[in-house]
Ligand binder design. Structure first.
Ligand SMILES: [Zn+2]
Length: 157
């Protein structure tokens, strides 16, 4: 496995709408390797989520860090969401040293395909719900700075 290079804003690939994957794509050797590399890259960079366009692949694949480990999600779609939203601080590996407050749905249900090609559902709240919403935005070419308020740079200690 290897650490992938992260695309940094501004980069046209970060602004493109990514393509859905089909079952055949999953069987491709390079695809399972990409999932492993994305997981390794996310952990090495202290991220809690990573979307394929951030590593130069405009396909609908994200990895998120959950309490049970790294969860790869293929073709993720939010199927329902709470009316309640909340503000919280976000950052992004593609927008270094920048943070801002973003309003997200508190709770979501999401459909996706697992790395093994199975149809799955997840219910997420709080931070995990936030991360999934942030990563799905990447698949649509949206960055958190498009929605954030109080955007500020990190303060070095
Ligand atoms: Zn991001």
């Amino acid at each position: 496995m290897s650490i992938l290079k992260i695309k940094i804003n501004p980069d046209s690939g970060l602004r493109r709408k990514s393509q859905d994957l089909d079952k055949q794509d999953l069987r491709h050797d390079g695809f399972q390797e990409l999932i492993g590399d994305m997981a390794e890259t996310m952990i090495a960079k202290d991220g809690i989520g990573l979307a394929a366009p951030q590593v130069g692949e405009n396909i609908r694949l994200i990895v998120v860090n959950t309490k049970d480990g790294v969860l790869p999600m293929i073709n993720p779609v939010i199927s329902s969401k709470s009316l309640a939203k909340e503000w919280d601080e976000e950052g992004c590996l593609s927008v270094p040293n920048t943070f801002g407050q973003v309003k997200r749905h508190k709770k979501i249900r999401c459909k996706f395909i697992s790395a093994e090609g199975e149809a799955k559902r997840i219910e997420a709240k709080g931070l995990l719900a936030r991360v999934i919403q942030h990563e799905i935005d990447h698949l649509d070419g949206i960055l958190f700075i498009d929605k954030a308020k109080d955007i500020h740079e990190a303060h070095e200690l």
